[in-house]
Ligand binder design. Structure first.
Ligand SMILES: *[C@@H]1O[C@H](CO)[C@@H](O)[C@H](O)[C@H]1NC(C)=O
Ligand SMILES: *[C@@H]1O[C@H](CO)[C@@H](O)[C@H](O)[C@H]1NC(C)=O
Ligand SMILES: *[C@@H]1O[C@H](CO)[C@@H](O)[C@H](O)[C@H]1NC(C)=O
Ligand SMILES: *[C@@H]1O[C@H](CO)[C@@H](O)[C@H](O)[C@H]1NC(C)=O
Length: 380
């Protein structure tokens, strides 16, 4: 297959170059690659309200497989997007620049990008899958794209990297907002479905570098726990947190009863229910006026044993709401025996990002200087 790809590569390059001439963007040639897609994890059930004979499939995920003409890396990167999003997050950016999928293909990685179950190109089946809801445009602006105009947390004012105003009516924002989709309301339901479908995907494709973002951060811990030999490293961009409670945005309701996950993961000594995890507040990381309470386990902390050999990177941007509490999530993982490293982008000279860092103006700088650097150091 690689043979035939290189055979047509010069023709494709010509075609791609002429496309570029029509575009106002420079650098749109991208990385020559082959795209395939498939589905995994479907289960057949009787259509609701019918008896046998009219079955439908649910629970499957859409998987996009991108293979660069030149593969030089052993491990592929599996990318899972966050709440309200789909796999398009990692393709182009809303202002038409190349995204992380293209960048990592240019570095020789095969890429798998999924749409979470019941979302995007992964079917949502009425009467079988749970209720869903969408983010409104103001939530996207105030939490992700124009955080400096809302100042809902102290670091928000430092935000500079979103292309455009980040507000409805701006063409780039509108293109981004239009890409968002309804998501399952229940993170427990999402977790169960992701564990099943992405677990099956891992069994099919073998070991990966797992890249998660936001809501999918919890799936990193769940999948690493479920298939420890197939998850070689976890790169968690601002993983959902902090432990046990929602923060910053009221109501500060309990969440993630298993610490950093909604569904059980393996602890040692074992637990038979979430209530066996004894918690205490970390005063130095708790700030009531910011709406954060940082919990860790009361000593001796049970260990997340299946994650103990998976090098894990948590990346936090300078001006996201995650800047308020990701240290708490990292502290929880470290206490539970996960070999975790925390890179706060401002500490490595990368300033002004918010939650959607990979599609912001300097997204490729983050890909290279933080993510590729980590991969080189840990699993390449
Ligand atoms: C098929 O439907 C019939 C009538 O509703 C029912 O008696 C039977 O158990 C069903 N079979 C299966 C395999 O579900
Ligand atoms: C789902 O939405 C429907 C219609 O609004 C509602 O009747 C039902 O109670 C909801 N189900 C759950 C589990 O929230
Ligand atoms: C809590 O956060 C606010 C806002 O940044 C800050 O002014 C205050 O000093 C912080 N309090 C503690 C105890 O860290
Ligand atoms: C990662 O490794 C590749 C291949 O050895 C090298 O070309 C690249 O410069 C490295 N990049 C970083 C950021 O470490």
């Amino acid at each position: 297959m690689l043979h035939s790809l290189s055979g047509i590569s010069s023709l494709l390059t010509l075609l791609l170059l002429s496309t570029t001439c029509l575009s106002s963007q420079s650098q749109l040639q991208g990385t020559l690659h082959r795209r395939n897609y498939f589905y995994v994890g479907e289960q057949y059930v009787d259509e609701p309200g019918t008896h046998n004979g009219t079955e439908i499939a649910f629970g499957q995920i859409y998987v996009e497989h991108l293979v660069p003409a030149t593969v030089t890396q052993t491990l592929p990167i599996l990318m899972i997007h966050g709440h309200g999003m789909t796999g398009t997050n990692f393709l182009n950016t809303p202002d038409g620049r190349l995204g992380w999928a293209d960048y990592f293909m240019s570095q020789g990685f095969e890429i798998y990008i999924v749409d979470q179950p019941s979302r995007g190109r992964s079917a949502w089946q009425m009467g079988i899958d749970g209720n869903e809801s969408a983010y409104d445009a103001t939530t996207i602006s105030s939490h992700f794209t124009a955080v400096e105009k809302f100042n809902l947390w102290p670091q928000a004012s430092l935000h500079t990297q979103w292309p455009g105003s980040g507000i409805a009516g701006d063409a780039i924002f509108d293109n981004f907002y239009a890409s968002t989709v309804p998501s399952l309301n229940s993170d427990e339901e999402s977790s169960v479905k992701v564990k099943r479908a992405v677990g099956k995907l891992l069994d099919d494709i073998g070991p990966v570098i797992l890249l998660t973002h936001s809501q999918s951060g919890q799936y990193g811990w769940i999948l690493g726990d479920f298939r420890p030999s197939l998850v070689k490293t976890i790169i968690a961009l601002e993983p959902i947190g902090p432990p046990f409670i929602n923060a910053v945005f009221p109501p500060l309701t309990p969440a993630r009863p298993f610490g950093v996950t909604e569904i059980p993961v393996t602890y040692s000594p074992p637990i038979s229910s979430a209530s066996e995890l004894k918690t205490e507040v970390v005063p130095s990381l708790t700030n009531a006026s910011l709406g954060t309470t940082c919990f860790q386990q009361a000593a001796p902390a049970r260990q997340m044993v299946n994650l103990k050999d998976i090098p894990t990177l948590v990346v936090t941007s300078e001006s996201s709401y995650h800047a308020v509490y990701d240290s708490c999530t990292v502290g929880y993982l470290a206490q539970a025996g996960v070999p975790v490293t925390h890179v706060q982008l401002a500490d490595v000279g990368i300033k002004g990002n918010a939650h959607m860092m990979f599609m912001e103006k300097n997204g490729l700088e983050i890909a290279e200087k933080v993510v590729l650097e980590w991969i080189n150091k840990t699993v390449a």
